[in-house]
Design a protein around this ligand. Sequence first.
Ligand code: PHE
Length: 448
Amino acid sequence: MENQRGQWSSKFGFIMAGAGSAIGLGNVWRYPYIAGENGGGAFVVVYIMVVLLMGLPYMIAELALGRATQRNPVGAIITIKPGSHWKWVGVLGVITGLGILSFYSVIAGWTLGYIYKTGVGTGLNFQEFVANPLQSILLFAAFMLITALIVYGGIENGIERWNKILMPLLFLILLGLIIYTFTLPGAMKGVRFYLYPDFSKITGKTVLAALGQAFFSLSLGMGLMITYGSYLSKKDNMVVSAMSISLLDTLAAFMAGLIIFPALFSMGENPAMGPALVFIILPKLFMQMPGGTIVGPFFFILLAIAALTSTISLLEVPVAYLVDEKKMNRKKIVWLAAFITFILGIPSALSQGASPLFTNLRMLPAYLSSADFLSQMSFLFGDFSLVIGGLLLSIFVGWVWKANHAADEIQQGSPVFIKLKKLWIFMIKYFLPVVILIILLNLFGIFN
Ligand code: PHE
């Protein structure tokens, strides 16, 4: 075993860590509001198709690249294609990791605040809560600090141990909340909105939103799965792992939707209210349910932990890169990367009403994102960059490394893959690049 690198101690540990990275705010906070903004049922159908046809085959490709090279995203690419410009795709991944981490930890900080708020049951005005500058920055800083402390400990005692215990608990509480919201008056209207697809609502933007959300939620497109794959051994079954991670992740998001939409319709709220959605609906739900001042904090503790297992993975990518390639000291790097991310995240923390400048700093066109800094970071790094990364890495694996070589790597430890090999090669070489390209061209209005 290489000294500065770790390895997962068990297959279960890896699946839990991969699912821990995938499951987070993307499922509980982001997925419901994106689904709400994109018409509900129609989005859900497109989303599930995108996960199956694009997310899953692509995740296997990233894992294979990581395991074959035993390196971080940049190192993996250099190992396959030394001295080429392809390494910039890896660099883009590292930067994207920091970019996502910067706004993600701000929202994770809100979940910390809501542990307390739902416990005391007062001061639940979200607009006021996020507009408080000092509080936003302190909660954000606290979250970054916890993340850094865990990554500091290394992958085995840090990342793995947490995931194994806490992920199952999250599913349990989601299930409990679904059962409760289904008993509310008017809940079925929400179920209908969420599950009955109105296909006339599907546009190019719906498909892009689904693709961006799928990549974000499955932690794809920035080399995270390359990095996590690099801690795998040749005995590990990557196909089964990728399927388990995708299934758990999609299930968690789907369940979150089954809580939010029935609750929302029973309260007579608007499903398209945007990023504030769960922070408005869930606390209201807790306040009206029996025992809500206990269930509320418990829920937000689990959500904070789900977010933590994702921020850990986001920080692990730049750390692995600097440790492998620049031979820097792991512990120093952790603090440096955390500090840079903190500075980068301050405008996001102040962009929800605290600072008029960052609240209304339009850099991207209005049809892509709202005007606040955080939403634009979320689009730029959380959607756009991941999708571009996914396009380039599919081409890299399919054509530069060559899909056949990748398939041989996947085959090791995954005997079932023989049956899927041809299909997978087609997906990675043709289907993924072409479909992503069409979606991107559409985004820039080429087809109008
Ligand atoms: N998948 C995580 C979530 O849904 C976010 C994430 C994106 C983590 C990319 C790592 C890499 O919350």
